[in-house]
Design a protein around this ligand. Sequence first.
Ligand code: C2E
Ligand code: MG
Ligand code: MG
Ligand code: MG
Length: 280
Amino acid sequence: HVKRNGKNNYMFYCNQMQDEVKNKAEIEGILRAAIKEDGFELAYQPQVNVGSAEIEGFEALLRLKHYQLSPDKFIEIAEETGLIKEMGRWVTTEVIRQIADWRDKGYELKPVAINFSSKQLRDDEYVDFLDKTLQFYKVPPHFIEIEFTESILLENNSDTARFIQSFKKLGIRLALDDFGTGYSSLNYLTFIPVDKIKLDKSLCEKFLGMDNIKAMNSLIALVHSLHLVITAEGIEDIEQYERLKAGGCDYIQGYLFSKPLKKEEVEKIYNCNFTNKIRH
Ligand code: C2E
Ligand code: MG
Ligand code: MG
Ligand code: MG
């Protein structure tokens, strides 16, 4: 910014920038402390089968135990500082440990999705680490779903291809997250071996309005014709649900059914279905 109105204005910009820097540094400090002192926890959001209203699986979402800070904010800083590597590994171990814990308590196994940042492509040994952790807890690989966004495709082509191949080889499921927020080239869908497309909340909001519902139905049909399944994200109301059901959407994740839950809360609803939320 150009200094325009004398000293005060200059000070204003200066302070603001310092605040921003301090804020990032503060968050970095919080993340470093959380890595050292067991300061993370996971929230699990149910993914609901549209036909049966049963819980098909969960998405694991990272939280700080002692701070109300959105992952949209702290994940970015984790990526910039490289802390994402250790955090990503913590999430992976915790998810697999949790799946094993639920199994040992007698719950039927259900898949859990893990978000994988494109910056984790720098963690060369990640797939090996994932494999060993699955073996240690005796969890079959197809109960893990890796969610990545199309940003991974723009990051580094040879690393991306190598990671995707090794995930596939291990038997991990793959989901393309936030579909509809970036370039969302349909071309991707023909060459990345994903199993699932996750439609972003913003796209659902636009395409579930009366004017665009035909486009939504065509998109669902297109995804199915590529032999992929489709999850709609951020679904909050019953009208959206009904339109998605009519269009043949497979899964819904959203506040209509459930917010992300603490692990103890998950145990109360693990085998429930949500028919009560869709009955009039
Ligand atoms: P995402 O992977 O697209 O996750 C879905 C986000 O939408 C979650 O936000 C979830 O709480 C929110 N959501 C779900 N249903 C609704 C709804 O009906 N209404 C509204 N308003 N929101 C809904 P959250 O937990 O704040 O996470 C934000 C993003 O942070 C995630 O977006 C993901 O990109 C990232 N993230 C979260 N945990 C991790 C992690 O462990 N690793 C990485 N790399 N990224 C993560
Ligand atoms: Mg996700
Ligand atoms: Mg998403
Ligand atoms: Mg997102």
